[in-house]
Design a protein around this ligand. Structure first.
Ligand code: ADP
Ligand code: MG
Length: 244
């Protein structure tokens, strides 16, 4: 692996009333890798990713974010998306009443102020979904899909925005075995296309299976960074998570 880091977060500290959620955390992600972020409940994983996505804007945390070689001071989620950082949330952000292809394309087609050629749009959505989940019909309403399929739509939406870094915060926690496997397959496919992923998961079996690098948080501190395959065992990760 090269030392080409797409992301460096340095000295990140974040306080909430009465709790230091993150304490001087350094976090580095290589371009094109699958980077797993693990830690017990409340260790600061989601807060870290919310800082990266601009949900907590510049000024509401201490530290520095370097993405794609530039210091970033995101004011909101739109700012981070505009440089290619897209988050798939635990709580899904789709519009249930609209179809799959409308959800994938509507937002930014309208933003660009373009006339929408729906035939072309459906065809594009079909092409995209073909790689992700061939049996998913783009003309179905999102509210009629299961969680697993809704996540696929979120990923298709992210891909249509030219994502460089995909953040997945516990995406498989509400998925069955098949949908989880499919999601991990997709993350690996994206890696082949050069897309970097940060995956938060408490399922250590899948972490061990899919990770190139693992960062462990405990009580808001970075306590471990595992880079060698032979270190990737569930027992070893747990050791870092609980601090023995
Ligand atoms: P994780 O995702 O690893 O479970 P979080 O980042 O959600 O952890 O939370 C880290 C710590 O910050 C926890 O102690 C949690 O209670 C606290 N926390 C998170 N979000 C908020 C918030 N909006 N207000 C107050 N405390 C919060
Ligand atoms: Mg969380």
């Amino acid at each position: 692996m090269t030392d080409d880091f797409i992301l460096e977060m340095r000295g990140i500290t974040k306080d909430f009333p009465g709790v230091r959620a993150l304490d001087n955390v350094d976090f580095k992600v290589r371009r094109g890798e699958i980077h797993c972020l693990v830690g017990e409940n409340g260790s600061g994983k989601s807060t870290m990713m919310k800082i990266l996505s601009g949900f907590y804007p510049y000024g509401e945390y201490e530290g520095t974010i370097i993405f794609d070689g530039k210091e970033q001071r995101f004011r909101n989620i739109h700012d981070s998306e505009s440089v290619g950082i897209v988050t798939i949330y635990q709580e899904l952000a789709l519009i249930p009443e609209l179809t799959v292809y409308e959800n994938i394309f509507l937002g930014h087609e309208i933003k660009r102020g373009r006339f929408i050629d729906w035939n072309e749009t459906i065809k594009k959505a079909k092409d995209m979904l073909l790689h992700l989940k061939p049996d998913l019909d783009p003309s179905r309403k999102v509210k009629d899909l299961g969680v697993g399929h809704q996540q696929i739509v979120e990923i298709a939406k992210a891909l249509s925005k030219n994502v460089k870094l995909l953040i997945l915060d516990e995406p498989t926690s509400s998925l069955n075995e098949d949908d989880s496997e499919n999601l991990l397959r997709i993350i690996r496919e994206l890696k082949k296309k050069g897309i970097t992923s940060i995956l938060i998961s408490h399922k250590l079996k899948e972490v061990v299976e899919v990770a190139d690098t693992i960062t462990v948080l405990r009580d808001g501190k970075m306590v471990g960074r595992l880079e060698k395959r032979e270190e990737f065992t569930e027992a070893n990760i747990v050791k870092y998570m609980v601090g023995r």
